[in-house]
Design a protein around this ligand. Structure first.
Ligand SMILES: [Zn+2]
Length: 285
């Protein structure tokens, strides 16, 4: 059993810094996760790693089995999830190469992704005012600012930002990109939702580390986003992301309680007598 889970996004398909890694297949009531989960040690801690897009990057953002992934992580004892992703920047100040620890999300997916563990006769509404775990965010920010214990913060880390989650798989049109900018959104990606919402329903702490790879398509002089550009910038910045991840994991208080672990305390509206026991166990109400 372990308490730290890592979800790797585009460009981060394995964790070569993991020691003694072995794969575990975890069946779930929501089908198979994106792929086998890797358990092992990193920065002196037991961790579980899952590649969001599966082996060989074969799952579209809209095809990722988000419910199965979150459920499988929890089945292995995970209480805290660090989610890595590649994002575009919607603002000049977040240049490619910047690491962002977002604090808000605007969901622009199209409602086709299963986005809740509730339903089938059980109604619940979790709070999403703060979509990321505040405590885990701060752990990430602190480690990202000072990954090697240096006195000066790394200039490439930004604390806070609003993540615009689009459906994809196409990148935005220029008009969309400009629209999101006019709304004051900071970064754009395709996977934070429903991942963050499901983690909250599963009562897991969840925080994201977003690697800016491009300026989407709004910028007048920078190259427009493409798969090649994303891959190239990811390759150049992956080492930093791994360092931040290891520093965060090393410093985590794994046994600490958090409000995320009680997200369902007052969330279920259905008469408890009408909730089937198996669902109660499955959802851990
Ligand atoms: Zn938390």
């Amino acid at each position: 059993m372990t308490s730290i889970g890592i979800i790797g996004g585009s460009g981060l398909y394995t964790l070569d810094t993991m020691i003694g890694a072995r794969t575990v297949d975890v069946p779930t009531p929501y089908g198979a996760p994106s792929g086998p989960l890797f358990t092992g040690r990193m920065a002196g801690r037991e961790v579980v790693f899952l590649s969001r897009h599966g082996f060989g990057h074969r799952l579209l953002p809209g095809e990722v089995p988000y419910r199965a992934n979150i459920f499988a992580l929890r089945e292995l004892g995970v209480r805290r999830v660090l989610a890595i992703s590649a994002v575009g920047s919607l603002t000049q100040r977040l240049a490619p190469g910047t690491l962002v620890v977002p604090d808000q999300i605007v969901d622009r997916t199209k409602g086709v992704r299963p986005s809740t563990f509730f339903g089938d006769g059980v109604v619940g509404h979790v709070a999403m005012a703060e979509p990321f775990c505040q405590s885990l965010r701060q752990d990430l920010v602190k480690s990202a600012m000072d990954p090697a214990g240096a006195d000066s913060p790394s200039p490439g880390v930004v604390d806070g930002g609003t993540y615009c989650c689009i459906e994809g798989p196409q990148f935005s049109t220029r008009a969309e990109s400009r629209l999101y900018r006019s709304w004051g959104l900071d970064i754009i990606g395709m996977t934070a939702m429903p991942e963050a919402a499901l983690a909250r329903e599963a009562q897991l702490c969840y925080a994201g580390l977003a690697l800016v790879t491009d300026y989407d398509c709004w910028h007048e002089t920078a190259e427009t986003v493409s798969v090649g550009l994303v891959a190239e910038t990811m390759r150049a910045n992956l080492a930093t992301a791994r360092t931040v991840l290891a520093a965060t994991i090393a410093g985590l208080e794994v046994d600490a309680d958090c409000s995320c672990h009680h997200a369902l305390d007052a969330a279920v509206m259905t008469d408890p007598a009408l909730i089937p026991p198996f669902l109660r166990r499955q959802m851990a109400f």
